[in-house]
Write a protein that binds this ligand. Structure first.
Ligand code: SF4
Length: 324
């Protein structure tokens, strides 16, 4: 095992992405934020558009927890999966309260069980924060690492329990930080989903799946259903009516109201589509010129640009502006 760890560490020294900002900090909040942003989002997107502006706006857990949720959602706009932003905000508020009880600044706990109790922190995120921020000798289990483990042991349909047990056996307890970062980099740079580069992989000697790596794991075919909505753009005095969403989906964002049946006097102006992980949304958009103020909130397009809105509502606004 020592040899194997050395090969991984040597590979990481030469090929690893050491300059990623969340790898050059020891600040637990920055590391935690990066872990949450990187769920479902590519490194380049987080790096180029979200990580630094978010930290500039909310440099500490204290600043994050004290900010209005609307401001947090605005900084998250376009990243999707807005529950992540809501949970970050809630976690910061919980940690502020705990800090006040102990007379200290808010900080993340080091213990994995305590981390998992916080909103939006699952097993993998708790392990990632524990190992990257606090150097705990534990493995992590993001998608790239799952794929490597399946290929190393030629597993087609392993359970999470099996994978965690293998991961615990393999982790380098003397240098878990570099080991886990290296495994993530091997997964995204070498053991890629399509066309893995086995010839330059530091794990090739022990890999049982290298003859036919793309067999592992078995890919599940997913059919994505399409949902349809009628969106009613009610215009009054050159302003558009909007609502703040309160359901589970698109939590707290502003959006254009949907309707079961479009008003007879409304005009169909086109359609926009947006694909989410679990479904495709098709919105038929109608325009209605109101003679009096029917809804509670109206905004000009310029004002809407300052609100936190979803990608699909951005597309609807663009459709509206293009038809004007
Ligand atoms: S040898 Fe090939 S299949 Fe095995 S871990 Fe390395 S890149 Fe992946």
């Amino acid at each position: 095992m020592k040899n194997r760890h050395k090969q991984i560490q040597d590979w990481y020294k030469t090929h690893g992405r050491h300059n990623l900002p969340w790898r050059t900090t020891t600040n637990p909040y920055h590391i935690y934020l990066s872990e949450i942003m990187l769920q479902q989002t590519q490194v380049s997107t987080v790096l180029e558009r979200y990580y630094f502006p978010f930290l500039k706006k909310f440099p500490t857990l204290q600043a994050l927890g004290e900010a209005p949720l609307d401001d947090v959602l605005k900084m998250w706009e376009g990243l999707g999966y807005y529950n992540r932003a809501k949970n970050l905000h809630k976690t910061a508020q919980i940690l502020i309260q705990e800090g006040q009880t102990h007379g200290s600044a808010p900080t993340l706990p080091q213990d994995i069980d305590e981390l998992i109790k916080l909103p939006g922190i699952g097993k993998n995120t708790a392990h990632a924060v524990a190992t990257f921020a606090f150097k705990k000798p534990v493995p992590i289990m993001e998608a790239n690492i799952k794929r490597i483990l399946c290929r190393l042991y030629a597993l087609t349909t392993p359970t999470d329990k099996e994978l965690w047990s293998i991961a615990y056996e393999l982790v380098d307890k003397r240098n878990p930080f570099d080991y886990n970062q290296a495994m993530m980099d091997i997964g995204s740079l070498v053991c890629t989903s399509k066309n893995p580069a086995c010839a330059r992989c530091p794990l090739q000697e022990i890999c049982q799946g290298k003859e036919e790596p793309t067999r592992y794991p078995t890919k599940k075919k997913r059919l994505v259903p399409t949902r349809e909505q009628h969106i009613m753009l009610t215009v009054y005095n050159e302003k558009l009516s909007m609502v703040q969403r309160d359901g589970k989906f698109l939590h707290g964002l502003w959006g254009f109201p949907s309707t079961e049946v479009p008003l007879c006097a409304s005009e169909y102006i086109g359609e926009v589509t947006h694909t989410y992980t679990h479904f495709k949304l098709r919105c038929k958009v109608y325009l209605y010129d109101a003679v009096d103020k029917k809804e509670a909130y109206y905004f000009t397009p310029k004002e809407i640009h300052k609100l936190a809105i979803s990608k699909v509502d951005e597309k609807i606004l663009k459709l509206y502006l293009d038809t004007m």
